[in-house]
Design a protein around this ligand. Structure first.
Ligand code: UDP
Length: 413
């Protein structure tokens, strides 16, 4: 077993790693390509940063490429993102054209790679239209949807599903999101990497210093939300909940830490609204972090007494798993992938409004024993369900089933 796999074995157990090695055996040397739209910022980039090296470690020839785009392409894909998560949006012909052209160009650039790959994972809508350009593809193509498509705007879904229908399989994060498609649909939730800079243990000194650097008092209660500045993450709802709770707990501090993703054109406007909402409050910190501030996010999650993720739509919410892994209960929006992770009253609380969040904030601040008990459960819940080794295992079985077809089924019988 390689040194890297030994490191994972120390967290999840040697049997788990041995199982991965066994499952990966029939995939040795297979060409696997992942395509998404950004290398930094957001959950997909976060996962691929670790998943691709691990697939290589298990013997696959795994690669990760990006679909590049210009302004109109990102406007279009942000519109897809919003419309698929239920917002009303109108797709103009010129945005559609920008989308299709960016896909055509990317297909041209990576033609040989995409044609010869044994398995291609296309992440989210941005590169979904690559498929029709690779007429002579040899491998299996999987559309991996990370967003909450439980109530998509029908017109936009109809347009996109025209591309997705041609894939060999789709993967959604949970059953609520699964759509009718003319191929097999799999449910595989995302995961976090316990060994990444974002999640590994940190010295107490570094946690304190990170707080001090950002003028957060490490000796007073602090609650945190880490998110891109996106309306679906409801940062203004968090601010509202904070002020409702702060009336009763004046020592309370709030940190809203976020950054931009290079494929998200709306971040600046949302950030400005959040800054305006807390203006003049020395206990409310809005931190705009660079995309590689993983240790800072890690330290803030560890410094927080508990964490919020008050999203109104959420594909999964890696930030929830990250906080739970650090033993922090999460007060989360009662939506999408947060429901998979926040087991109400056990690993945190599900809330439907800023008022509900404020109530739970006050509860946790007044019940330190319960907070500690929930924190312990939270960590074990992630160990059992949301570490990268579990996601890798599910991808491996999916790939074996697709690549080996009938053989895969024979083994199962
Ligand atoms: N993240 C970060 N810095 C930020 C904001 C987010 O490193 O300023 C990370 C966060 O820790 C998590 C990922 O980006 O790992 C966000 O994933 P999530 O699934 O929570 O949301 P998405 O952005 O994909 O909607």
């Amino acid at each position: 077993m390689s040194a890297l796999l030994q490191d994972y074995a120390a967290v999840v157990g040697e049997d788990v790693i041995d199982q991965l090695l066994q499952l990966a055996e029939p995939l040795k040397g297979k060409k696997v390509v992942h395509i998404n739209s950004t290398r930094v910022g957001g959950g997909v980039a976060e996962i691929l940063t670790k998943l691709v090296p691990l697939q290589r470690e298990l013997g696959m020839d795994a690669r990760w490429e990006i679909i590049p785009g210009q302004d109109e392409f990102y406007q279009c894909t942000k519109l897809f993102h919003n419309a698929l998560q239920g917002r009303t949006a109108v797709l103009s012909e010129s945005l559609k054209q920008a989308y299709e052209e960016a896909n055509a160009q990317c297909a041209e650039e990576h033609r040989a790679l995409l044609r010869d790959a044994d398995v291609v994972f296309i992440h989210d809508p941005q590169p979904a239209a690559l498929l029709p350009h690779i007429h002579d593809r040899k491998g299996k193509w999987i559309w991996r949807c990370h967003i909450d498509v439980s109530h998509p705007q029908r017109q936009i879904w109809r347009y996109l599903s025209g591309f997705v229908a041609g894939y060999d399989a789709s993967v959604f994060s949970l059953a609520d999101f699964a759509q009718m498609l003319p191929h097999s649909v799999y449910l595989i939730p995302p995961s976090i990497d316990p060994l990444s800079e974002k999640n590994r243990e940190l010295p107490e000194k570094e946690i304190r210093e990170t707080c001090e650097l950002h003028r957060i008092d490490p000796d007073r209660p602090m609650m945190l939300q880490v998110s891109r500045f996106d309306r679906f993450k409801d940062p203004l709802g968090v601010v509202q909940a904070y002020y409702l709770a702060k009336k009763f707990i004046p020592a309370l501090q709030l940190v809203l830490a976020g950054g931009g993703a290079s494929d998200d054109p709306e971040g600046d406007a949302v950030l400005a609204e959040v800054q305006a909402a807390v203006k003049g409050d020395a206990d409310a910190h809005v931190l705009f972090l660079p995309p590689d501030a993983h240790r800072t996010v890690n330290a803030l999650q560890r410094a927080a007494l508990f964490v919020l993720q008050k999203s109104v739509r959420e594909g999964f919410g890696l930030t929830v798993a990250e906080a739970l892994w650090k033993g922090k209960p999460v007060i989360g929006g009662n939506t999408g992938g947060i429901r998979l992770q926040v087991v109400n009253h056990h690993t945190g609380f599900l809330v439907d409004s800023p008022e509900g969040a404020a109530l739970r904030i006050r509860y946790l601040l007044h019940h330190p024993d319960k907070l500690a008990e929930m924190g312990g459960k939270a960590r074990e819940f992630v160990r059992d369900n949301f570490l990268i080794t579990r996601q890798l295992r599910e991808y491996l079985t999916l790939m074996v089933a697709l690549v080996h077809g009938a053989n895969g089924r024979l083994v199962l019988e």
